[in-house]
Ligand binder design. Structure first.
Ligand code: CIR
Length: 260
């Protein structure tokens, strides 16, 4: 399916207070605001160059992680699900994304994950009309159950997979269409993904798993030559994107937009 639209949000100065597990950088490394703003603008330009109309929302200083618009909502052709982010510092993002979602979906197409359910979009990976939902520290079984109830009404299916290696499912598995999936060694062993062509990413290039397929092209984070080669050898045109500042707080390519 082709994407025609994206919703992004400019990083705020409070980005330095974003949540970080320091999985990809040394502990205590803080993003630099000015550089993050330039990297964000460049990211938006790339989406536009691939034919997307981008709604780039203004920065919101109340929510340090709010530039990661993928997490407070999950969008698809026939409906949108407002999630319930697990962390207190991010939970309010679900109210802030709603007006943007309303520009594209009518009230009877918008649904809500409700407490005690939690969910973040980084845990939701789409393959065709199926959604794999990662059960993680951010997305619980009740959140996944509510999500399933919503999307099945619209002709989609969903199932759950465990996230055992860190933040979100899409940090450890990413679908590049054409049946191709980038995975960690751990994810490679999951029964759920056995029918995909799986490519195991070198552990020292873990961050690059979160590459982003858009309308035939794959965006790849800058600085991961082995992963880049795997993707190029599969025949995809690629665009390199510098995400150094977002990486410091566990942010990568998919997190920075909602695409539909
Ligand atoms: C967080 O910990 O919530 C943010 N610092 C990073 C969120 C990244 N989002 C994503 O992978 N979808």
């Amino acid at each position: 399916n082709m994407f025609t639209k994206a919703i992004t949000k400019k990083p705020c100065k409070a980005l330095i207070d974003g949540i970080s597990t320091a999985q990809f950088v040394a502990a205590g490394e803080k993003p630099e605001y000015e550089l993050s703003a330039r990297q964000h603008d460049k990211y938006v330009e790339i989406l536009e160059s691939l034919g997307l109309e981008v709604l780039d929302l203004e920065a919101d200083e109340r929510y340090p992680d709010s530039c990661f618009t993928e997490d407070p909502a999950v969008v698809m052709e026939r409906c949108a699900v407002i999630t319930n982010p697990a962390k207190d510092s991010r939970n309010g993002e679900k109210e802030e994304i709603l007006p943007a979602i309303r520009k594209f979906y009518s009230d009877d197409q918008i649904f809500y994950i409700k407490a005690p359910g939690t969910m973040e979009g980084g845990d939701v990976m789409r393959t065709g009309d199926h959604f794999y939902v990662g059960l993680s520290d951010r997305t619980n079984a009740e959140g996944a159950r509510q999500f399933n109830e919503i999307v099945t009404k619209f002709g989609y299916t969903s199932s759950t997979v465990p996230v055992t290696e860190g933040l979100h499912l899409k940090d450890f598995a990413i679908y590049l269409e054409n049946n191709n999936m980038l995975v960690t060694e751990t994810v490679d062993k999951l029964e759920a993904f056995k029918d995909f062509n799986r490519f195991i990413i070198d552990p020292d290039e873990l961050y690059a798993i979160n590459s982003l397929y858009i309308n035939g092209t794959v965006l790849v984070p800058e600085g991961y030559p082995k992963t880049l080669k795997i993707i190029e050898d599969l025949g995809y045109p690629v665009k390199l994107v510098d995400t150094s500042e977002f990486r410091k707080i566990d942010g990568s390519l998919t997190c920075l937009s909602l695409r539909f």
